[in-house]
Design a protein around this ligand. Sequence first.
Ligand code: NAP
Ligand code: FE
Length: 367
Amino acid sequence: MKFNFFMPTKVISGEDCIVQNSEAFKAFGKKAVIVCGKHSAEASGALSDICKAIKKNQQDFCIYNKIMSNPTIPCVYDGAEFAKSNGADFVIAIGGGSPMDAAKAISLTAAQNIPPEQLFNSSEFTDKILPLVFVPTTAGTGSEVTQYSILTNDTAQTKTSIASQLIFPKIAFIDGKYTESLSKKTTVNTAIDALSHAIEGILSVRAGTISDALAFKSIEMIASCFESLKKGKLSKEQRTILIEASTMAGMVIAQTGTTSVHVMGYSLTYFKDIDHGRANGLLLGKTLKFIEKKNPELIKKILMPLNMSCDKFQAVLDELLGEKEKLTEEEILKFTEKASKNKNLCNGKVPPNKDDIYMIYKTSFQL
Ligand code: NAP
Ligand code: FE
């Protein structure tokens, strides 16, 4: 089997791993800019641990805490100005995918002059970037080990990725305790995002032996938490299982990219404000059902670690997601049009055509 595997991020995992490994980012410079949202860095306890580690290293820091969910391009440039005017040498991201993705673009635009209209054109980048240290506080996006920064792109009315090996974080600290402060809703949505990454990784034309091994293990680990996710009660061990599974699924999409589920989910987030993981979850079951008709062996292989049929998997997703949002016929037509033009569709082994996309939206929302 032909495949490439590239993972330059140093992953440091385990309880209290930040304070115990503070020297890992000592050489990155005198001053860090901590990039985060309004509440989660503090609520999770990660900010306090990062501050202890910075103190141990005798480094200085400033905090940019204006990252919103689904971060925008103006927010990135504002953060980069903040980093530059405060003389930051490196960037520490604390939070879910939103602060982590924003931090990648901030470190890039703080180090080199990239006009907004060139931000998604990585072939024009030089190799300058502020080193990135990542602390995920959700168990979902895997952004701590990917080369993607996914931003709200109002010009294109969707979410668009910067994809560049330059923005792989240098270090990712993985500690499940930071996810204990998450709401049930975000815990479930982010776990489904991770599950979607692992499944889409297997569905990708770029899947290989190593990415498949990580993906199957990740699916098995997330599935072991399904019952607890439904109840909204996760043990400390399960929090660790989910964050490790999410990092593994991130390593998968760093190789394979995502496929039609993510492509179709972006409109649900952009136009309907549906959380990213939930958007994927709403589409995942019917996407697998569609692929099953064309390639039953592939779906059998994916559902093996779950020990479930496609219908049973749909029932689990339905239970986790609860009452679904409503889409109008007009919205379905508009989202179908947008998704059908996305180049990432070709990344799937069984890419849906425009009629298939329409049918997946329609059946997912039971119109
Ligand atoms: P998020 O947007 O980062 O966070 C959602 C909410 O959860 C925010 O209100 C956040 O609060 C809160 N939160 C985060 N951690 C918390 C904690 N430990 N305790 C309490 N509250 C907490 O959600 P996400 O699902 O992790 O990230 C979604 C973003 O990631 C999307 O933009 C998506 O496109 C992107 N994504 C990126 C990749 C990639 O490879 N780069 C892959 C998949 C998805 P605060 O606002 O206070 O932080
Ligand atoms: Fe995702």
